[in-house]
Design a protein around this ligand. Sequence first.
Ligand code: NIG
Ligand code: FE
Length: 412
Amino acid sequence: MELIIQNIKKLVQVEDEPREKVTGKEMSVLNCIDNAYLVIKDGLISDFGAMTNQPAVSPNAKVINAEGKMVFPSFCDSHTHLVYAGSREIEYIDKIRGLSYEEIAKKGGGILNSAKLLHNTSEDELYAQSLERINEIISLGTGAVEIKSGYGLTVEDELKMLRVIRRLKDTTPITIMSTFLGAHAVPAGYKGRQTEYVDLIINEMIPRVAAEELADYIDVFCDKGFFTVDETERMLMAGMKYGLRAKIHANELDYSGGIQVGVKYGALSVDHLEFTGEDEIKTLLNSETMPTLLPGAAFFLGMEYPPARKMIDAGLPLAMASDYNPGSSPSGDMKFVMSLGCIIMRLLPEEVINAVTINSAYAMGISHTHGSIAKGKVANLFITKPIPSYEFMPYAYTSRLIDTVILNGEVV
Ligand code: NIG
Ligand code: FE
């Protein structure tokens, strides 16, 4: 099957020589082709260029006319918790009344509340609820998503979550990577016995997850009030024995040492990073770890934002993701994430587009196949409505600007 998109006003984020990520100053460069065509064959991008150079169109090809419209590679959302049961708007009210995220967690709310809801929800129902969220983010332009476990917190419930993620992988057209996050919180039954819970993760959960090949990565919430650096080290080492590379929740609530321990163990990404100082920046500069910002969580919780401008100016790459979850970011809207990057973190439109495509693809280990318009990459992309410029995307921050979504070369 051949699909050709013609007369594209601007083809955004094109690469002749695919890169695995873009760093520092390069982040403000976005390669585009005006008045372009794009050819898709067998689900992959096979050719693109300026209309003036378009080769003859084969009579069997399906043709889409994109006059006035732009084509972007799909967003890659490299950090979500979108498999969860129910919702937590009651805590949202507590928050409005003035309780902090940590205070809500201490009251038995937060992650433990979601764990209770998940325990009482069947695997089929959990799949159905999660599928709705997947369909929602597909319509919002996301073409690849990482999903974490971490609302199970028992062997069986963690496996239940990961099996739902696998079922979503098997039944939906979006690319999914899955992450085991048993160390999201200490479950109620292990209160005061945190070390025993860490032992359970190491001795039972990780081997079972690996035996069923349910996860691509391992994550730990390494932060004040959650897991310590020492515990994180133990769990990362255990995961690495089974080939699970780390992606860490770090420095959301404090200078937790999470960034340093992530880099030490070769984490693919360290995420959140609201508490990032000179030391953390220096550590990241000497690494292959992608600093990943989740501004939707800082927005929703009314907390500090990470020093994004400073990080790029220091020469770091940045990725951004939605953190879609019921407690700190009940939204998977990557276009809004871009707007937060621009409006609040003072990033340029080019920088945020790089952060939600090629760099977030890197942060989920798929930048060789996703995250840009390049020959041979998976044809996950979207056609916008008629828009004046690519800057209009983060600027018009509540407008629905996506016209057509294409995943694996097929119109969804
Ligand atoms: O990334 N920080 C840890 N975990 C999630 C929140 C999960 C929740 O509150 O349910 C986050 O923000
Ligand atoms: Fe998270």
